[in-house]
Design a protein around this ligand. Sequence first.
Ligand SMILES: [Zn+2]
Length: 194
Amino acid sequence: MRSPAISVYDIVLRNRFWSKVNKDGPVHPILGTKCWIWSAGRFNLGSEKGVGYGAIGIDECGGGGRSGRNYAAHRVSWEFENGPIPNGSWVLHACDNHPCIRPSHLFLGTPADNSRDMVEKGRSFRPVGNRNGTKTRGERHGNAKLSDASVEEAARLKADGWRSADLAIRYGVCRESIDYRLRKRIERLCESSP
Ligand SMILES: [Zn+2]
């Protein structure tokens, strides 16, 4: 998805943009803040449940004229807040709620290496570390084992509806190891119950 050139027409565009946002969305259980839901048109990309990304038509004057084209609302929101999206980067949802455009729920990454790198460096919304908050060499590596604390958190997020693929990006591991560790956790819980 491309980004529009947001420049001198800023104000026009911002006014249009924010008039299409409902800031009274659900409170995210982990982030603790409300999602800001795009209430106008939506794309239907990469969505499993038919809930797509917000779409906004932007013409060369920042308006919604016929000469415009559609842009992803969450990307536009990220650019309002942070400036141009670096080439090749994706704007990802920490809240996993695709119509959400709240800047604090968005972070930069790519589906694979860049996101893993981002999680390792602690720039994602909640850095992954061990219990005393420091990084260990093992946990920094892409094939690192998940710490027990991370597995517990992953289980909670999974229960909240996160997909394994998104959890894998969050913790910088492959999807199979997320699924494996969650399965092992359940087995352990079953064994330890009377
Ligand atoms: Zn959100």
